[in-house]
Design a protein around this ligand. Sequence first.
Ligand code: 5GP
Ligand code: ZN
Length: 115
Amino acid sequence: MSDECIFCKIARKEVPTQPVYEDHDLLAFDDIRPVAPVHVLIVPKEHMVNLNDAGKNDVPLLGKALRLAAKIADERGVAESGYRVVVNNGEQGGQIVPHLHFHLVGGRPLSPGLG
Ligand code: 5GP
Ligand code: ZN
């Protein structure tokens, strides 16, 4: 947990957020600036900056986050049409919020490949 981290604050309910999914170690909520009709963030409640901080013990959590992305994609009706799951890591990876999160993006055609 970090005092200043926005996603820690959301996980602690200090910032009101409508959860898409929540359990003891994961929280999912809609991105505040969606880039597509479906744009959900899946966030471990424990503070980790990015995948560089994830250790062996975090492997089940990471797997669970990916399975949750597929489940939410299904619930949001984009499982068949297709979607993207992205983790931005560090400055050149385009990471703005320094708390590990998975972007689930779908509901419109996304450009092939990665820029
Ligand atoms: P990054 O570039 O770090 O992978 O993406 C961070 C994402 O978090 C951005 O898509 C941004 O819109 C989203 N975001 C930043 N602050 C908030 C917030 O307070 N609430 C929500 N729901 N999303 C946020
Ligand atoms: Zn945090």
